[in-house]
Structure formats: structure tokens, C-alpha cells
Design a protein around this ligand. Structure first.
Ligand SMILES: NC(=O)c1ccc[n+]([C@@H]2O[C@H](COP(=O)([O-])OP(=O)(O)OC[C@H]3O[C@@H](n4cnc5c(N)ncnc54)[C@H](O)[C@@H]3O)[C@@H](O)[C@H]2O)c1
Length: 346
């Protein structure tokens, strides 16, 4: 049995990574600052499941988590959660001082591309400084392995399909720039101090309990509620969507010793465009979308497509859930939880 530290544990991807690690029989310490970038009740829902709450603890305030404000950890089985900010070095140091971790899964981040133009400072302080804090603690306490979450956004302007060898020096958003900085900082710590780093670049992750600032969640809710669906551009922009369970499985596999490697975790299929996604959700819900056209956003990439040969070679990883199956599961989850999702702020 290993003990892992997972940052951003209340988040979409990290909560699923925690679930996978626990299912494999490991102990997991999860931390999250529970910020209100999006409705925290989704974070509470995910945490409630990890903490085995018999009834879901959902608060009334979209900005205040019911798990916030408690500096002590809450434990359920082999999972324990602590409300902690990775920007807070003394708090992180105490976390490393009290426990030896086999690896760190660093998934905490400010993750929205568009919001990074409104508040770039918080992106730099969490995504780059927060990562540096973790690397420092790992160096100090001899925790060799970090799996660092990065993004397909780095490939802006690169030829398709995106391979890990491409130079990614033209980030379109502060978000992408801070992720590149985190990758580079991790590289220095690998070279200088021998830390073992797997950078996993995720491609548009979707699935049940997804992020309410991302298209799939919003499209389903808007179409179901008969509200105008905000569509940036003409809907021909396409994404190499990747299902959440495949991403969590690949992230866990990436914890093996590799030196320093960057690995795409993406669908690896021909990307599909947003119009196609909307049509599928319309059919699944039996409702028509009311499209509200918005100008194409300057921080958006027109198309993404992952070359995933390296993930197969190094990790034996390939995605297993098709887009259609994944969209259907997302709609089914939404239907099952419609009563409380009705209150979720977009
Ligand atoms: N979802 C995607 O399609 C996608 C694509 C590419 C990369 N990523 C990366 O994957 C990781 C997880 O993304 P996600 O989609 O689950 O996002 P998310 O916002 O659901 O999860 C991130 C979590 O980190 C927490 N967090 C933010 N700042 C923190 C801090 N300073 N200290 C502690 N916790 C903090 C947030 O509260 C949140 O719960 C991120 O690093 C993101 O950049 C996601």
C-alpha cells in the first residue's frame, strides 16, 4: 500500500484520481483550497462521495464550501481531506513533515482559459508558484515522484496532430503560459535534484460531475432548461475530447518512474466539432438548443488533436470510452442529479 498526496482533490479530475487510487488499495491525502471560481457545490458533491457522506452535504451558498474553514483533516477510510492552499508554503511544509508520500499528484490549478485573461495573477500564483512550493517540499523531504497536470492549450499554433516533441512557445493565454512555466520549473528540479516528473497534458476532459465552466456541462444544462446556449464562434472549432475515467487511469499509470517525460493524454481520434456535440446532446435530451452566437474568443484554439503513441508506449494507455458513450454517460448523470443541479450557477 502506498500513500499519495493529491492536490486539487475536490476538482473534477483529481477527485476521480483519488477514487482510482483508493480503489487500488492506497491511502490518499487530498488537499484543495475550495476556491469559488465555479460553484463550489460541485466540489462539495465530489468530496462528499470521497468522504463517504451518507447524505450529500450541499450548502446553499455557491461560493462557500461546507468543507471550508477546517484546518484539521477529515478522514474516511484511507482517504483524508485537508482544506489547504498550495500557495501556502508553511502549511504545505507541515503536511510533508508529518507524512512520507510515495508520490504527489499535482492537479490543483486555476484551469479556465478565458478567466485567465481577467485575473492572470491568481493563475501565476497557483499554477506556477504553487507547483514550485510542492517541488521544494518534495526536494526537502525526499519525495521523488510528481505527476504534474498540464494542458493541450500549450499546443496553440502547432501542426496537428500534437506530439510531445513540438516546441510549445506560443501560448495563447496566461493559463497556458503558467502551465508551461510549471513544466519548466519541474524540469529544473528533475535536472538539479533528481526529482522524477511525469507531465501529463490533458485534452478537453469531460464526463459526470464535470466543470460547469466547460462546454459539455453548460450545453447539457442550457439545452435541458431551454435557456440560450452561448456558442463562441460558429461551432466548427473542434476538440479531441477525453473521458474522465480514461484520464484518471492514465494519470495514475503515469506515477511510475520515468525520469522527466511529457505525455499526451487525449482521445487520439479525429477531433469532433461543437456543432456535432450539440446535436448529440439535443438527441439525448429530446430537446432543441436555442443558440446564442458569441464572437470567437481570442484565447481559444480552433482545433486540438492528440498524438497518443507515447502514452501507449510508456504507460500502455489508450482511451477506452468513446465520445458517444461518454456524452451519453454525462447526460445520464445530469438527469439523475437534475434536482440539485438546477441550482448550480454557471
Ligand atoms: N478539465 C480539462 O479539460 C483539463 C484540460 C487540461 C488540463 N487540465 C488540468 O487538470 C487539472 C485539473 O483540472 P480540473 O478540470 O479538474 O479543474 P478543477 O477546477 O475542477 O480542479 C482544480 C482544483 O484545484 C483546486 N485549487 C485551485 N487552486 C488551488 C490552490 N491554490 N491550492 C489548492 N487547491 C487549489 C480547485 O479548488 C479545484 O478543486 C488542472 O491542473 C488543469 O489545469 C484540465
Amino acid at each position: 500500500m502506498a500513500t499519495y498526496l493529491v492536490t486539487g482533490a475536490a476538482g473534477f479530475i483529481a477527485s476521480k484520481v483519488c477514487e482510482y487510487l483508493l480503489a487500488e488499495g492506497h491511502a490518499v491525502v487530498g488537499v484543495d483550497n475550495l476556491n469559488d471560481y465555479y460553484d463550489v457545490r460541485l466540489k462539495d458533491w465530489r468530496l462528499s462521495r470521497l468522504l463517504g457522506a451518507s447524505s450529500l452535504k450541499l450548502g446553499a451558498d455557491p461560493r462557500k464550501s461546507v468543507y471550508a474553514g477546517n484546518s484539521k483533516s477529515i478522514t474516511h477510510g484511507w482517504f483524508s481531506f485537508q482544506h489547504l492552499d498550495i500557495e501556502n508554503l508553511p502549511a504545505l511544509d507541515a503536511l510533508f513533515c508529518g507524512q512520507k508520500y510515495d508520490a504527489v499528484f499535482n492537479l490543483a490549478a486555476r484551469a479556465g482559459v478565458r478567466y485567465s485573461m481577467e485575473n492572470p495573477y491568481v493563475y501565476l500564483s497557483t499554477n506556477t508558484l504553487g507547483t514550485l512550493n510542492l517541488l521544494e517540499c518534495q526536494r526537502k523531504y525526499g519525495v521523488k515522484k510528481q505527476v504534474l497536470a498540464s494542458t493541450s492549450s500549450l499546443y496553440a499554433g502547432c501542426p496537428l496532430p500534437f506530439t510531445e516533441e513540438l516546441p510549445v512557445n506560443t501560448p495563447l493565454s496566461p493559463y497556458a503560459a503558467t502551465k508551461k512555466a510549471a513544466e519548466m520549473m519541474a524540469y529544473s528540479y528533475h535536472k538539479l535534484y533528481g526529482l522524477d516528473i511525469s507531465v501529463v497534458r490533458f485534452f478537453t476532459v469531460f464526463g459526470p460531475a464535470g466543470r460547469p465552466d466547460m462546454s459539455i456541462f453548460r450545453f447539457i444544462k442550457w439545452i435541458d432548461e431551454g435557456k440560450p446556449l452561448e456558442l463562441f464562434g460558429d461551432g466548427t472549432q473542434s476538440r479531441d475530447f477525453t473521458y474522465i475515467d480514461d484520464i484518471a487511469r492514465g494519470t495514475v499509470l503515469a506515477a511510475k518512474p520515468l525520469g522527466y517525460e511529457i505525455i499526451n493524454l487525449g482521445g487520439g481520434r479525429n477531433p469532433i466539432n461543437l456543432q456535432t456535440v450539440i446535436t448529440f446532446i439535443e438527441k439525448a435530451l429530446g430537446k432543441k438548443a436555442i443558440i446564442s452566437g458569441q464572437p470567437f474568443h481570442i484565447a481559444d484554439i480552433k482545433e486540438t488533436w492528440a498524438d497518443i503513441a507515447k502514452a501507449d508506449r510508456l504507460l500502455g494507455w489508450k482511451p477506452t470510452v468513446s465520445n458517444i458513450e461518454g456524452f451519453q454517460r454525462s447526460v445520464d448523470w445530469y438527469r439523475e442529479h437534475r434536482s440539485w443541479l438546477a441550482d448550480i450557477h454557471l
